[in-house]
Design a protein around this ligand. Sequence first.
Ligand SMILES: *Cc1c(COP(=O)(O)O)cnc(C)c1O
Length: 392
Amino acid sequence: MSGPAELHDELERLRAGDRYRRRRVLDGPQQPETRIAGRTLLSFSSNDYLGLANHPDVVEALRAGAARWGVGSGSAHLVCGHSRVHQALEEDLADFTGRARALLFSTGYMANLGVISALTGRGERLWQDRLNHASLLDGARLSRGILRRYPHADAAALASLLDGQAARLIATDGVFSMDGDLAPLPALARIARDAGAWLLVDDAHGLGVLGRAGRGTLDHCNLDVAQVPILMGTLGKAFGTFGAFVAGSDDLIETLIQHARSYIYTTALPPAVAAATRVSLALARREDWRRAHLQSLIARLRAGVSQLGLTLGESSTPIQPLILGSSRTAVAMAEALEREGILVTPIRPPTVPVGTARLRISLTAAHTEAMVDRLLAALESASALAIGSRSA
Ligand SMILES: *Cc1c(COP(=O)(O)O)cnc(C)c1O
């Protein structure tokens, strides 16, 4: 069978397995209290960790940027789409990360595809953590290299799998996107050096949140460009805007400009987005109170959840997973929370391994302590219901 009937059957299978995903239509900006389908829900699902996506100064910078630069960039960076404000943002990002150069990409997904496929050729070996973000895995596929995966956050296992052999590239999330835990970066840096491999750290969830002035997981672990030559960061999470970048040596960046196809063959970000990001980056660097507040919310949530007799995954970042097991339980729990006015999107396979469906609770600096307390109260009543439905 093929054609529409086949698609329909496959969709029915997803529904039956509680894996069907649907989008929600927001009627307002990204902020803790969001209007969805005529209701106001308190959201613990976004990656706007510092609460900058709807910051008035960032909104104003976008408006002023559009007045000055127009809306569309009109072209790829290498043709005529690379404006002065893109250049200025790249210089800001190089300064922020303490690296010689930074290169803007349109999205983090594209940055990972571009950097991995530019540096890895057919038949070369790449190693990746089992729980790496999909874009890192897809970059390996596109490169036609030989992808090997090692057990999650297990540097000793990687060393023994490598067994003294060389490798081309080792890639890892800095902070894992669905678990909130950190990669063992110092050990990975030593292994990469010994294997003669490039080390790529995707710090989508660490930048802005960890390290001095929000410099991210590498700063938190005291690692420099010699130990981690390739840093990828996204602008749509803690920085509250859109886009991504890779930071490293001058030769690395020039190589990406020449060879990264997802850089070359795509339209540059709207320059006004770059202008807004310059402002949000400056706020993220300067306003340490956002990180301090976030840490106090994390501590409050973890203490409260453990008082309820529930267990969160081991995480000190704003990503706090409540692992529930089956997709059915995760969906039931999310529905029960929603009845209490709380939005936490259930995360199911294939985004996470089978048997580890979860509520991925994420905190932002825009949440208040009272909001965390509302979540805790809702978790208490929802868990009674969802655990009831699990035994049913
Ligand atoms: C979100 C994310 C990406 C993709 O970034 P986008 O800019 O959203 O395309 C890449 N890696 C990780 C770890 C992410 O969480």
